[in-house]
Design a protein around this ligand. Structure first.
Ligand SMILES: NC(=O)c1ccc[n+]([C@@H]2O[C@H](COP(=O)([O-])OP(=O)(O)OC[C@H]3O[C@@H](n4cnc5c(N)ncnc54)[C@H](OP(=O)(O)O)[C@@H]3O)[C@@H](O)[C@H]2O)c1
Length: 314
C-alpha cells in the first residue's frame, strides 16, 4: 500500500517492461471545447501527468492544444506525461485501426502514444458515423469483425513503435479472458467503471495476477447526487481525516492498487483532486465493507455510453 502524500505520485509499471503509468489520471470527457482547454491546462498545472482521451470525446484537438501550451509554459517534457487515447467502435475493422490512430495523434499534436485502448468491445457499423442507428433507433452493430481481429491491428501499432502499450476498456472478465489467452501482446491496461459501489473485485484480482493495470473511471460516481460523494461512510471518513469526500474516494482507488481517472473542471478542483493522501487502514477497510451496489454506465453492455441511475442494496 502506498504511503501518505506519496500516493498522488504513485506510478504503476506496465507489462510492456518499459513504461510506467501515473496512477492518478485526468479524464478529458468534457463536452465543452473551451472548458476542455482550461481544465486540461489546470490539471497539468495542478500536477496531473496522465491524460485520458478518446476520439469519441470529439475534443482531442482541444486537449492537444492545451497540452502543447502547458508543456511549453511549464517546461515539462513530453516524456514526463502519459497520454492515452481510444479507438472508437466504428473503427474496429482492422484496415480502419491505423488511420483512426494516426488521426487521433494528429489532433493531439503528438508523435507517438503511451497507451491506445479499444474503447469498447462492441463493433459498430464501420464509417464516420460514431453512433449508427437503424430506423427504430437501435445501434447498428458490425458482425463482420471480431475483437481479436481488432486486437491484432492494435498489436501491429506496438510492433511498429507507434504506441508503447495497448489495452481495452468497458470490458467484462468473460470477454477479457479469451482475448487475453489469444493475444500475442497482452493487454497492459483495462479501463472500467469502478468505485466502492462497483468494486470489480474479481476483475481486479485477475488483472493483478496477470500484471494488467485496472484503470477505474467514475471514481466519484460521475458526481451524481445522491451518490458516492454524499455516502455517509465516505462523508464520515472525510470529516475524520480532514479531507473531502472526493479525496477520500480517489485515495481509496489508488490504495487498492488501481489507477484512477477524474475530471475536475476548475483549477480549485484540480488541486483538490490531485491532493490525495493515504487513508488510515481502518478507514480503507470501512470503505471495502460498503454493501451498496450500483453500476452507473451501461456502456459495458451495449457499447453506447449511457447513465443508469438506480441503487441496489445487498
Ligand atoms: N471508458 C469509458 O467508457 C469511460 C466512461 C466514462 C468516463 N471515462 C473516463 O473517465 C474520466 C473520469 O470521468 P468521471 O465522470 O468518472 O469523472 P469523476 O471525476 O468521477 O466525476 C466527474 C464529476 O464529479 C464532479 N467532481 C469532480 N471533482 C469533484 C470534487 N472534488 N468534488 C465534488 N465533485 C467533483 C464533477 O463535477 P463538475 O462537472 O461540477 O466539475 C463531475 O460531475 C472521463 O473524463 C473519461 O476520461 C471513460
Amino acid at each position: 500500500m502506498a504511503k501518505s502524500s506519496e500516493l498522488r505520485l504513485t506510478r504503476m509499471p506496465l507489462n510492456n517492461g518499459s513504461s510506467h503509468m501515473p496512477a492518478l489520471g485526468f479524464g478529458t470527457l468534457i463536452p465543452d471545447a473551451a472548458v476542455t482547454v482550461s481544465a486540461t491546462r489546470d490539471a497539468l498545472e495542478a500536477g496531473f501527468r496522465h491524460f485520458d482521451c478518446a476520439e469519441r470525446y470529439r475534443n482531442e484537438h482541444e486537449v492537444g492544444k492545451a497540452l502543447q501550451a502547458g508543456l511549453a509554459v511549464g517546461g515539462i517534457a513530453r516524456e514526463d506525461i502519459f497520454v492515452t487515447t481510444k479507438l472508437w467502435n466504428s473503427n474496429h475493422r482492422p484496415e480502419r485501426v491505423e488511420p483512426a490512430f494516426e488521426a487521433s495523434l494528429e489532433r493531439l499534436e503528438l508523435n507517438d502514444l503511451d497507451l491506445y485502448l479499444i474503447h469498447t468491445p462492441f463493433a459498430f457499423r464501420p464509417g464516420d458515423d460514431q453512433d449508427p442507428r437503424d430506423q427504430n433507433g437501435n445501434i447498428v452493430y458490425d458482425n463482420g469483425v471480431t475483437l481479436l481481429d481488432t486486437w491484432r491491428a492494435m498489436e501491429r501499432l506496438v510492433d511498429r513503435g507507434r504506441c508503447r502499450a495497448i489495452g481495452l476498456s468497458d470490458i467484462t472478465l468473460d470477454r477479457l479472458l479469451p482475448l487475453y489467452e489469444s493475444a500475442r501482446i497482452k493487454p497492459a491496461v483495462v479501463q472500467v467503471e469502478a468505485h466502492p459501489y462497483l468494486p470489480e473485485t474479481e476483475l481486479l484480482e485477475f488483472c493483478k495476477e496477470k500484471g494488467i493495470v485496472l484503470l477505474a473511471f467514475a471514481p466519484l460516481g460521475h458526481g451524481m447526487r445522491p451518490g458516492l460523494l454524499e455516502d455517509p461512510v465516505i462523508s464520515a471518513i472525510a470529516a475524520r481525516v480532514g479531507k473531502t469526500p472526493a479525496q477520500v474516494l480517489l485515495a481509496w482507488a489508488v490504495q487498492r492498487g488501481t489507477a484512477v481517472l477524474t475530471t475536475p473542471k476548475t483549477a480549485i478542483r484540480a488541486r483538490e483532486n490531485f491532493d490525495i493522501t493515504a487513508l488510515p487502514e481502518d478507514a480503507f477497510d470501512e470503505i471495502n465493507r460498503i454493501r451498496i451496489r450500483q453500476r452507473l454506465n451501461d456502456v459495458v453492455h451495449t457499447g453506447s455510453p449511457g447513465f443508469i441511475p438506480r441503487i441496489q442494496s445487498t
